[in-house]
Design a binder for this molecule. Sequence first.
Ligand SMILES: NC(=O)c1ccc[n+]([C@@H]2O[C@H](COP(=O)([O-])OP(=O)(O)OC[C@H]3O[C@@H](n4cnc5c(N)ncnc54)[C@H](OP(=O)(O)O)[C@@H]3O)[C@@H](O)[C@H]2O)c1
Length: 409
Amino acid sequence: MLNIAIAGLGTVGAGVVRLLQTNGELIAARAGQPINIKAISARDKGKKRDCDLSGIVWVDDVRKLAEMPGVDAVVELIGGADGIARELAEVTLKKGRSYITANKALIAAYGRALARLAEQNKAQLLFEASVAGGIPVIKALREGLAGNRIRAARGILNGTCNYILSRMREAKISFAEALAEAQAKGYAEADPAGDIDGHDTANKLAILTALAYGVEPDLTAMSIAGIRPVTPADIQAAEEIDCRIKLLGLVEESDGGIAQQVSPCLVPKSSLLAQTEGVMNAVLLRGDFVGDLALQGRGAGAEPTASAVVADIIDLARGLSIPAFGVKAAQLKKARFSRHVPARRMYLRVPAVDKSGALVDIAAALRTGGVTVEKLLPPEALVLGKTDPAVLSRAVAKLGAVFMMPIMD
Ligand SMILES: NC(=O)c1ccc[n+]([C@@H]2O[C@H](COP(=O)([O-])OP(=O)(O)OC[C@H]3O[C@@H](n4cnc5c(N)ncnc54)[C@H](OP(=O)(O)O)[C@@H]3O)[C@@H](O)[C@H]2O)c1
């Protein structure tokens, strides 16, 4: 029997309890042994929970879960890079017990140190649910594509942003209205900054980059832009060139190093990314032997996220032992990150344009600065051809405040 302790009984924690109870027999058969929830902890013992906790030991201090006799693994579903989650991870792994989590902030910030601690103490660190919820993208990179050199990865990794952008397009509403709707439906938190400013996507991208390239997760060398500046006019302009706007996490390797970027992007309407709407997520991977691979599914919510957490629990019960990031922690390199994002076609909006003819003048000025202008999208936007990023930023700097988004192939 594998004995687990669950820390955190909110959306995901309760989902994990429900899944383990609903599919207990099937899970035991696949795991080769029954999974026993030995203990649970959260902040408020009296809170009504969305699962049956009868007969399970409640522990007031979550740290104590790591030290309980007989516990093989702690499943942390609390969240946050620092504070209790980090403390719990360290204590658990130092005790030689495994740590399973959905906590992307923790793994993006301290993944390498925790992986090292796991190896030193012969424990497992598993975090399938930390990226794209129910989509098994971590297993895909770490196991299924283990023989490939990964050329690029890109994905819609935040369901909240995708819902907001989808609603802005479908219902022709403003960013603020779509955000309020997402909050009313429980898709966005009261403080939505982590999602809409791109930081949640950045955490997930850092984890994907680490797995894809065998490097330490690193949030410092990443350009991060969120979706706050996207207007209904941008959505409309994108439609005019048969594109939709999506917040993407992008990583690719070139001679200059690894370039990681989080940005709202225009994607062709016919693409899988464009057709990934609402709270759905999608990830595209390109390997040198496998070619292109696409994964799409529910990126958040109790059930899909529990599905990923329970897959990790089953792996552990099966005795699967794979380094957390696919290579030993000591081999995780400090990445050579490229400061330059790759040259791409760009969407440019110049908000100050107010008189007819001005867009033509702006296009002329950009051309003089060495930028290719492919198309004018009146009243205030342009499509720019692939231009060297340094040339582009010099030319655009002369226009004052502008808003730019890459246009993906
Ligand atoms: N929600 C999703 O769809 C989703 C998807 C993928 C990954 N994740 C990740 O999964 C984790 C959990 O997310 P969630 O949505 O389930 O969060 P949540 O609903 O807010 O639940 C958090 C749980 O942690 C408990 N908790 C908070 N601080 C604690 C403390 N100091 N000591 C003990 N327990 C504490 C809370 O206790 P009380 O209930 O008593 O307040 C609650 O049960 C996060 O890392 C999140 O990023 C979530």
